[in-house]
Design a protein around this ligand. Structure first.
Ligand code: HEM
Length: 524
């Protein structure tokens, strides 16, 4: 009974299929074709349909776009963002040896929390700086470095203010011109030494950081990595192994790498044996390394100096250039805010004092918004293929980035976005509440504030960078008057590929106003 019912049911289906097979077969073919196209065009969409930034008609357009990008990449990202309906399309960035896609902001939220095994920031950084040639390999960053910065450095900021301000005062006394009268100062090179000293004091402690050879290596290793990778990136990947042999920056990297090993390996061995623990980065790295090969710790130290010193120096140079260009407009209010905060804290500079400097925090954020270190941020390498929520397929081993520069200067988000308005974030902070308020801080990140990246791998050192920068700015504001030579306006920033940096030759006029020093004390 049951058997014959089943037989009838199956016959019914077969008859229907036979009757409609003329429709069914093409339908199945169409579905298969649609699904196939959906995924294959997604790949094709990225590789051939998406526009190439900087491409112009003519012979070998891809190659010319790459050279155009080397010399003018920063501007090309802005132009492409504005032309492509405010960055709503995926664009390809023309660089040699990498498939890099600039993603619209709408994707950042769905990607920002993905783990390192899917989207890696440390591989993106290492590959961007050609780590296989420059020694800046991904093991210098990644989870364990990130954890030490977040769980040790950031949690101990309160106790770091005293040694930082002490080192700041000593560095100004030893590295900076006296400036009794108006004096032209090479601001970038002086700040590099001062930030190098302050950072090294916190990274390795008082004794090792006062060794000029070690300090120089911390500064120069990064400079050489920037220069070596910059030069190599201007050439196709196949030429790089040969070019490397003749690249003096690569030789200098090797020297600094060996010098760091020479200083640090014996120090690590000593500290591993010592019962007395110090409060600085080297000890925190050792404490978190278990039985890790000491070379791993040397690399992390170098990686951290690379991440910290030049980024903070360039940021501070920008802030000082903006301040010197508008001294009369902003300095009186900033000085008043500092004196008020200091008087509330018994005239001793503490973390709480620095946290009260809302106008200074706003000024720093505005300067960073208009002078971002790069037009791109949120750089990630795809460790496996990924399909975005709208079906777009991102291939393994490709790279993505977000147009952070243009997004940070978008008219939709900022009133008169191209004007420098030093207290715009301060004013907003006073009116806003909740999330809107927390988005106004120098260290906060978001779609329109990605100078420190965003999401799971946003810069873990940004709280330290903020503390260190404010310490230097408080010192300068209380001790000097500033102005710019010539017509008083700052010279244009320089660019290389997507990167932007202040002109290192730009000078600032300094005049000491009164012998004031920030009361401080304390060891690390
Ligand atoms: C103004 C100064 C600084 C700027 C503009 C800056 C910017 C950045 C950016 C854009 C990233 C990538 C984040 C992402 O893609 O989401 C990053 C990563 C990182 N930064 Fe900073 N940074 C600064 C200072 C510092 C300092 C002072 C330290 C150390 C104390 C530091 C340590 C790191 C580390 C370790 C990473 C790598 C995280 C990882 O991918 O594993 N940075 N920084």
């Amino acid at each position: 009974m049951l058997g014959s019912a089943l037989e009838d049911f199956c016959n019914g289906i077969i008859n229907r299929v036979e009757r409609h097979h003329l429709l069914l077969v093409p339908t199945l073919v169409l579905i298969a074709f649609y699904l196939g196209r959906k995924y294959s065009t997604s790949v094709a969409h990225l590789d051939s349909k998406s526009n190439l930034v900087g491409q112009q008609p003519g012979w070998f357009p891809h190659i010319w776009a790459k050279y155009r990008y080397v010399f003018n990449g920063y501007r090309l990202v802005y132009d492409a963002f504005n032309e492509q309906t405010e960055g709503k399309k995926i664009l390809r960035i023309p660089i040699f040896g990498q498939k890099l896609y600039m993603l619209p902001a709408k994707y950042v939220d769905e990607l920002k929390s993905l783990p390192e095994a899917t989207l890696s920031s440390s591989y993106a950084v290492s590959d961007y700086f050609l780590g296989s040639y420059t020694t800046l390999d991904h093991s210098m960053f990644g989870d364990s470095t990130w954890r030490v910065v977040r769980d040790f450095l950031t949690r101990r900021l309160s106790m770091l203010v005293a040694p930082l301000s002490e080192e700041c005062i000593i560095s100004f006394e030893e590295e900076f011109p006296i400036c009794e009268d108006w004096t032209l100062v090479d601001i970038h090179s002086h700040l590099l030494k001062i930030i190098g000293r302050m950072t090294s004091r916190v990274f390795v402690g008082n004794q090792l950081s006062s060794d000029p050879s070690y300090r120089q290596t911390c500064i120069d290793y990064a400079t050489c990595v920037f220069q070596a990778s910059g030069l190599l990136k201007a050439f196709p990947a196949m030429l790089r192994p040969t070019l490397c042999l003749f690249n003096p920056h690569i030789w200098r990297i090797r020297f600094h790498y060996l010098n760091a090993k020479r200083h640090l390996l014996s120090e690590i061995a000593q500290r591993r044996q010592s019962a007395v623990k110090q409060e600085n980065m080297l000890d925190w790295l050792i404490a978190n390394s278990g039985s890790e090969d000491p070379l791993g710790i040397v690399k992390r130290q170098l990686g951290l100096s690379f991440a910290a010193i030049h980024t903070t120096t360039n940021h501070l140079t920008n802030v000082l250039l903006d301040l010197a260009a508008r001294w009369d407009q902003y300095a009186p209010e900033l000085i008043e805010e500092i004196t008020q905060a200091l008087s509330e804290d018994e005239a001793v500079l503490k973390k709480s004092t620095l946290s009260k400097l809302s106008k200074l925090d706003s000024f720093m954020k505005e300067s960073q918004r208009l002078n971002p270190p790069s037009a791109l941020s949120f750089n990630r390498k795809l460790m496996r293929p990924l399909i975005l929520s709208d079906g777009t397929y991102l291939p393994e081993s490709s790279y993505i980035a977000a147009p952070s520069g243009p997004l940070g200067q978008s008219d939709d988000h900022f009133l008169r976005s191209s004007d420098f308005d030093g207290f715009r974030f301060h004013r907003k902070r006073q009116k806003a509440t909740g999330l809107e308020k927390s988005a106004t801080y120098f260290t906060s990140t978001g779609i329109h504030s990605m100078v420190f990246g965003h999401g799971r791998f946003a810069c873990p050192g940004r709280f330290f960078a903020s503390l260190e920068s404010k310490t230097v700015l408080v010192y300068i504001l209380l001790n000097y008057r500033l102005s710019l030579p010539g017509d008083g306006s700052r010279s244009p920033n320089l660019t290389f590929m997507d990167a932007l940096f202040p002109d290192p030759k730009q000078k600032v006029m300094f005049r000491r106003c009164k012998p004031y020093s920030i009361p401080s004390g304390g060891k690390p």
